[in-house]
Design a protein around this ligand. Structure first.
Ligand SMILES: NC(=O)c1ccc[n+]([C@@H]2O[C@H](COP(=O)([O-])OP(=O)(O)OC[C@H]3O[C@@H](n4cnc5c(N)ncnc54)[C@H](O)[C@@H]3O)[C@@H](O)[C@H]2O)c1
Length: 256
């Protein structure tokens, strides 16, 4: 799919990987719906991008919010959202059990709800609309990109909830790609290693250097635009479907 034909809903795009992706797609000629929580910087980011961008305050776990974001995209850009990039996500660090007691179950389920439920929610609602649209050249109607993590494979101590959520995203990639193949909608997942987003950029420089050394090559934190670059490639390369791509410089996380 060419970026000029794209109306992209990018979740979590008020920050980090989502923001870099929205900015890159917009630079390439796509229309973008900046989809993030109401209290986020989404409005400022959309304003800075200008024409071809809008902010839709959204909790990705809400059917009403995602429906409103899809409506807003169609109203502004005259076409249904045909690309979804799911970058909204949360993480907790908690062991399964400590001397203080077991892992909080509500916290575990919240991470699953936002990371897995939220990603599925945007895809199912966008797909329902796209399935009724006219296909582009080659029979394509849309591309959905999810964000897992290397924690789906090498989860560290304290990452039970986060790794479970990212493993679920890996696991649902192929079945959703199969479900949507008949509609000409592709589904891929990116599993990033360590990227310089606000979360990691806030760590002391020494910690960032130590994390960088764990990456075989290149031994540095990833630039969020490198994530956006892969998202762009997935959109443009019609043979990529049902696949999970690690983007990690050969990083394999140790237990802690
Ligand atoms: N940064 C990394 O190194 C890294 C590595 C592996 C995976 N990831 C994954 O990539 C994704 C993006 O990470 P990031 O580093 O850019 O994080 P980030 O915290 O900078 O951005 C995440 C965004 O998601 C939004 N968000 C959270 N809950 C939401 C909800 N319910 N509805 C809508 N928006 C919501 C936040 O407001 C925030 O703007 C996450 O899924 C994360 O797990 C990041």
């Amino acid at each position: 799919m060419k970026l000029q034909d794209v109306v992209a809903l990018v979740t979590g795009s008020a920050s980090g990987l989502g923001r870099a992706t929205a900015e890159r797609l917009h630079r390439g000629g796509a229309k973008v719906v900046i989809c993030d929580l109401p209290q986020s910087q989404g409005a400022e980011i959309a304003k800075a991008l200008g024409e071809g961008a809008l902010f839709a305050p959204t909790d990705v776990t809400s059917e009403a919010d995602v429906t409103a974001a899809l409506d807003a995209g169609k109203a502004a850009f005259g076409r249904d959202v045909n690309v979804v990039v799911n970058c909204a996500g949360i993480a907790v660090a908690a062991r399964t059990v400590t001397r203080k007691g077991p892992h909080d179950l509500g916290q575990f389920l919240k991470v699953l709800n936002v990371n897995v439920g939220g990603s599925f929610n945007t895809m199912r609602l966008a797909a329902a609309r796209l399935s009724e649209t006219e296909a582009l050249a080659g029979g394509e109607r849309g591309v959905f990109i999810n964000t897992a993590s290397v924690a789906a494979y090498d989860g560290q101590i304290g990452q039970a909830a986060y790794s479970a959520s990212k493993g679920a995203i890996v696991g649902m990639t192929l079945p959703i790609a199969r479900d949507l193949a008949g509609f000409g909608i592709r589904v891929c997942t990116i599993a990033p290693g360590l990227f310089r987003t606000p979360m990691l950029a806030g760590l002391p420089e020494q910690v960032q250097n130590e994390l960088s050394k764990m990456v075989p090559f290149p031994s540095r934190l990833g630039d969020p635009d490198e994530y956006g670059h892969l998202a762009q490639h997935i959109i443009e390369n019609a043979m990529l479907n049902g696949e999970v791509i690690r983007l990690d410089g050969a990083l394999r996380m140790p237990p802690k």
